[in-house]
Write a protein that binds this ligand. Sequence first.
Ligand code: 5GP
Length: 204
Amino acid sequence: MEKEKGLLIVLSGPAGVGKGTVCGALRNEQTGIQYSVSATTRQPRKGEVEGVNYFFKSKDEFKGMIENDQLLEWAEYVGNYYGTPIDYVRETIENGQDIILEIEVQGAWKVRDRFPEGIFIFLMPPSLVELRNRIVGRGTETEDVINKRMTVAKEEIEMMKRYDYVVENDEVHLAVERIKAIVTAEHCKRERLFEKYKQLVEVK
Ligand code: 5GP
């Protein structure tokens, strides 16, 4: 019998919705879901560790990864490149383990082309007011930049239609519980379990 593959879970959503925070909380719970560490050309922030938060690359190194087809998807975001190394994703799924990708919406869409069987979860802010507060709360953006980000965020929310699940991020621990419930339900899908149990009905 063919070994059951792991799930490819994509967590995406508008900028500022808290994808990183929710994914970090899920990671801390040690659910057994593996986490895909992205490559990026942006500078490490304080406390970020190579190979844990990101693989930090120069622009040339990143271009090399694109040319050698080492990325499942990549996107340019606010002047930097971000991409998902494909080998780890493939190996993890083939080994029967689940893996989660925390990526922005353009990249998520590209994953759909290569892994249509993936589970696409859209993280939703409780409201636009709340999203604006979160963007303002970072304290680094000017009014003009905040308005631009809000326009982009509204366009990104439109993308919700293309996802399998929508999870509201009203509170991080609740969002984490919802994602865990989705993963459990996906493991119980008949299409996934049919092969495993088929023999039970075949034996007369
Ligand atoms: P940050 O610079 O704040 O860590 O991330 C900026 C944005 O890039 C976030 O929306 C994050 O989800 C997204 N991101 C992180 N890694 C990847 C990746 O591998 N691919 C894509 N497409 N987006 C990513």
